[in-house]
Ligand binder design. Sequence first.
Ligand code: AMP
Ligand code: MG
Length: 488
Amino acid sequence: MRNLNELVFDNRYATLPETFHTRLSPTPVPEPYLVAWNPDALELLGLRPEAVHTREFVEIFAGNAPLPGSEPLAAIYAGHQFGHYVPQLGDGRAILLGELAHPSGSRWEVQLKGAGRTPYSRGGDGRAVLRSSIREYLCSEAMHGLGIPTTRALCITGSDMPVMRESAETGALVTRLAESFIRFGSFELFYYRSQHDEIKTLADFTLRHYFPAQLDEARPYPALLAEVTRRTAKLMAQWQAVGFCHGVMNTDNMSILGLTLDYGPYGFMEAYDPAYICNHSDHDGRYAYDQQPQIGAWNCTCLAQALLPLMEVDDAKEALSGYGETFATEYMRLMCAKLGLPFEEASVPLVTGLLDLMARNRVDYTILFRSLARFDSSAVASNATLRDQFIAREDFDAWAKSYAERLRTIGSDDKTRAARMNRVNPKYVLRNHLAETAIRKARDERDFSEIERLRSLLARPFDEQPEFDDYAKEPPDWAREIAVSCSS
Ligand code: AMP
Ligand code: MG
């Protein structure tokens, strides 16, 4: 375990030519303070827990003091936003401090989000508000707890500088960690500028540092595209299975490593509705829950397009062709497991049948799957707590009968099935009202304790943690007023 001044930086992204980034330092903020810090992330960096309680820590992660040896920069990228190509985006408010090497050999890029203006701010103020910083911090750790690939979060620092959104809000910075923040849009930028050498440079960089297995293949570029496609399809399957809706699946928010990236107006499915739109700014529902898998595929096609200068069209098509099968297989495998059933043909109608009924009855997605572990297959009529989640109780009865029959046929034992299901059906997800409560306490009372309570709860979402039963309940009525949008 190390102190801050013992950290060793090795910023590989900074070794890329100037076309890829702009070197600059964060813009300092007045009187920063620590809002939240994540012990799990400290461990990832090999940092001593005591390091947090120093003035140095706050100053560094507010962007006021340089991290010794770091080479801060903002990366340039482009991307398709809501289907339309935007030729230049970039880290408009994020600054990559550098890359830390953990003694174990793992490496983490450390990024400050909300660190001030950069050449890519496009009229924005380069800042992030406390509300959105808390949402990003909590959700990235919640996703990690769920076993879903994601960027991580180290800490939130706040400052009382007002940041203007629809109204004046408190500013904050969130420190994010990822092996790499390269996006699909990082490649698109150079494709649409016809800078084919740069596409090659970035692809080679990506292969060398993050895809060694693909680099070893006979044709590394198609192999890279195929692997990114595969990871993206798997990620979409995981999102769908847990009921996560990202909200802004623009290609600049798609990670080349297949991580969940850029948390904004996301939402977890509550009353099950396949057409659920979590982002209030998404008027056409382009990124609705049930659109995510096909948008994931569309985004991979954008990446393929950007990589065309490096491969034949047929190779690109071939690399993309695995998406549908990977997604369908992975999704059904996960859904079968959620029902405690083996991944086989005979389980499929039970999955789709249940989802249909859940949609018709607007059943809470997380609660239903969690409580399904307690399904009594020997006395179907005794499953009142499950049955009562359906407005039309008889809808459930017919399904329950065939579920019980199936469980009997395969010789499933209720107790072992329950244990298995509780490892894949979370009890706790980051419902909007839970985040909102933490946000209001932080904003109105400067009480940050709810952030840490949620972080540690959601780090173990499959554990019962009975003292937090209320956090597993359906949203209260006031939650209906919460509207999350692109403004952050
Ligand atoms: P997002 O929708 O958050 O993924 O952001 C899209 C683009 O806008 C990215 O290039 C961001 O860096 C940039 N951006 C978003 N908010 C701001 C802001 N407040 N100041 C500067 N740039 C921003
Ligand atoms: Mg973004």
